[in-house]
Design a protein around this ligand. Structure first.
Ligand code: ADP
Ligand code: MG
Length: 694
């Protein structure tokens, strides 16, 4: 695409990332998916791991499954057609051969592999049908091996989305580091924080020196990382303090009738609200009649019935002629909430509207009009709402589900959707953490706990099996599905790319369909088109498909009560919190449920302990405590961080010991260094001006 010439302004950290060389509209859109709009945000997008490219490996020393950097000579290049069209490049060094294979390649690439040229390639080594191979390695060609011999260093690997390569990200972040070097605000001294100055800390993590030890790189006690962790936690503490003091001064609508609304709902429900649900509804009722904006976090284990508690408050809003909105972190979940709310509220003549990013123009315009005119009172939406020009007539209550996916900044942005003053906020989290920790992490919120599950729930029987026993598991699933039960098969893959995850799920889907030919098997992953996801989800909910192969997209909130078996492949790769969330998808109906944790040997001691915890307990709070103990303060960062409150480097559970001293520091800064506080909030959270007058 032709790019229009751009002016070349002096770039700052606030400049749009699109001004960086190499960031055209396509790249900009991908960056936006990662939450990156400005140059400064690019800097805070940190690697989740590093590749050791400091030396090359001789072809004789390659280990299947490992990553390696090799230099070898091209001896041939041909097209293969099995399993599908692919480019096969044979290379040789020291009388050893290696195959480089490409499934996506251009003619230009194909012509480049001239026999006799030397190639330097980086990739994962596999044992293929023709011996050792690398699929889609990163590579560079040259006429002589000397030009390829120069050592590289640690290569950062960033979380990314399809269409945005690691090479491109590294390039852009390199540019951003150069901008940072010239920006005085980044070198501003931050009183009381210690550690290396910000620019040095950022450089140490993005472009580690070759001498750095592998173990240091990801360790949370690495001085550079620790510095950024403390910065980020401090920024959040500052922001929450400001929000809290500001909101407490504001007025919010007086909204009575929550308990009455719950009673009305109860009349139409096939079950009785639990005591804990009623207690929390009472706490919410108190908030909504206080005249001040509610800021309440409702914590409760998976399946405790948070949605219904929120529905009671939303119904009260509708009955008072006001609007209420429920936000979900995924489209899948938003649609499910819309279905549940409709089921509960439409018999009471209350219409539920869905505002999703995927509505077609006409439907979208109709929805926007109904929101703006106030014709529809109850709304469900996704975080796509943050970006959209949605206006409400009288938004009084916002419910945010599965809050660990939202940061304080996003919650604040939502406030702006309220017509005047502030809307009441109810935040629901299924990540059980001890109340005291919750109060420090969410210093701006009041906390309620639903500590009771609906009666009659039977614990999910959990077994851990080595995947050598996969065939037994298949037999059991086949037998169970024949008796009308349904099962999830969850594929886990720790990878930076959604695309690879999708491929793994597709492969598992094909294999399971062959292994269990009598079953109707469905497939669900994050890369599917929205319509495809809908079809799959409704087919499973309706019982049309019996076995649903899925990635961890189903982790959050999915509710299909008839599904009573879950198999988690490579369960050893997941953390406890994630395993617990996944397992919470079964055990929702009235029959016995099973969860099979399939693992791959060898198991590390921590992985073994985690599986043991899952076998022994179902209590989310107990699991969270064990998670903390098992992770210990010294554990390396997982590749996939389950950010609780939208943090970038800090992990609130692991880093919670740092919080008390940072809270004191926050108080000190607000009194003595308000301008610095503003700088830090702006760096880590965004536009400080919106978050209260510092
Ligand atoms: P979570 O707290 O994990 O969001 P949900 O709100 O999805 O849980 O509720 C899980 C399931 O339990 C839903 O199918 C819901 O209808 C049902 N449920 C909620 N409250 C009760 C109750 N008091 N008794 C029985 N079932 C309930
Ligand atoms: Mg839920």
């Amino acid at each position: 695409m032709a790019r229009s010439p751009r002016p070349a302004p002096a770039l700052t950290l606030d400049s749009a990332a699109t001004y960086l060389k190499g960031a055209g509209p396509f790249v900009a859109q991908r960056l936006r998916q990662l939450g990156i709009e400005r140059v400064g945000e690019l800097l805070l997008h940190l690697p989740t791991r590093y590749q050791d490219r400091r030396r090359t490996t001789p072809l004789s020393a390659l280990n299947p499954g490992g990553e390696a950097l090799i230099v070898a000579q091209v001896t041939g290049c041909e097209l293969g057609y099995s399993p599908r069209r692919n480019l096969r490049v044979l290379v040789e060094a020291d009388n050893r051969a290696l195959l480089l294979r490409f499934f996506h390649f251009s003619e230009w690439q194909q012509r480049g592999f001239v026999a006799g040229l030397w190639v330097r390639a980086w990739g994962t080594v596999r044992h293929g049908a023709y011996g050792a191979e690398m699929i889609h390695p990163e590579y560079r060609l040259s006429e002589s091996p000397d030009q390829l011999a120069d050592g590289e260093s640690w290569q950062p690997v960033y979380p990314t989305v399809a269409g945005l390569t690691q090479v491109r990200l590294r390039l852009l972040i390199g540019h951003a580091l150069a901008v940072a070097a010239d920006d005085p605000r980044l070198s501003e001294v931050l009183p009381g924080l210690g550690g290396p100055p910000t620019p040095a800390a950022l450089r140490a993590l993005h472009q580690p020196a070759a001498e750095t030890e592998a173990a240091e790189l990801l360790h949370p006690a690495n001085p550079a990382r620790l510095r950024l962790i403390r910065e980020e936690l401090l920024a959040h503490q500052l922001c929450m303090r400001l929000v809290r003091s500001r909101t407490r001064l504001q007025h919010a609508a007086h909204l009575p009738g929550v308990e009455q609304a719950a009673a009305v709902l109860q009349e139409h429900l096939p079950f009785v609200l639990t005591g804990a649900q009623r207690r929390v509804i009472g706490e919410i009722a108190g908030d909504l009649t206080s005249g001040r904006p509610m800021l309440r976090l409702v914590q409760g284990d998976v399946g405790c019935g948070k949605t219904l508690v929120a529905a009671s408050a939303m119904l009260a809003a509708a009955r008072a002629g006001r609007q209420a909105l429920m936000m979900a972190p995924t489209e899948l979940l938003a649609e499910q909430h819309a279905r549940n709310l409709s089921r509960w509220l439409e018999p009471l003549n209350v219409t539920v509207g869905l505002l999703s990013g995927r509505l077609k123009a006409a439907a979208r315009n109709a929805a926007l009009a109904a929101a703006a005119s106030g014709r529809i009172k109850i709304w469900v939406g996704t975080h796509a709402l943050f970006q959209q020009q949605v206006a409400f007539q009288d938004l009084t209550l916002m419910v945010i589900d599965e809050q660990h996916r939202f940061g304080v900044a996003q919650r604040l942005a939502l406030h702006e959707k309220a017509r005047d003053g502030l809307a009441h906020q109810l935040i629901m989290s299924a990540t059980p953490i001890p109340r005291t920790l919750a109060q420090t992490l969410y210093a701006d919120l009041d906390v309620s706990v639903i500590d009771e599950l609906p009666p009659g729930r039977r614990p999910v029987v959990t077994v851990a099996l080595s995947n050598q026993r996969r065939s037994e598991v298949l037999e059991r699933i086949g037998a169970a599905c024949r008796t009308g039960r349904q099962a999830y098969w969850v594929c886990t893959l720790i990878e930076e790319s959604e695309q690879l995850q999708a491929q793994a799920a597709e492969a598992a889907f094909r294999q399971l369909r062959e292994e269990l030919p009598e079953l109707r098997v469905g497939l669900l992953h994050g890369r599917m088109k929205p319509a495809g996801k809908d079809v799959q989800m409704s087919a499973f909910a309706a019982g049309t498909t019996q076995l649903l192969v899925a990635t961890t997209v189903i982790e959050v909130g999915v509710d299909v009560p008839n599904a009573s078996i879950m198999v988690i492949e490579n369960a050893e790769r997941l953390g406890l919190a994630q395993l617990h969330q996944l397992r919470g998808r079964v055990g929702r109906g009235d029959r016995d449920s099973q969860c099979v944790l399939l693992y791959q040997l060898p198991l590390s001691a921590v992985a073994r302990a985690r599986l043991e915890v899952m076998r022994q307990t179902h209590d989310g709070f107990a699991i969270a405590r064990r998670d903390l103990e098992l992770r210990g303060p010294g554990e390396l960062l997982g590749r996939r961080q389950t950010g609780l409150i939208g943090l970038k480097v800090a992990d609130p559970l692991r880093d919670s010991p740092l919080i008390p001293s940072l809270q004191r520091l926050a108080d000190d800064w607000l009194t003595h260094h308000p301008a610095t506080a503003r700088t830090l909030i702006r760096r880590w959270i965004g536009d400080a001006a919106r978050y209260g007058q510092v």
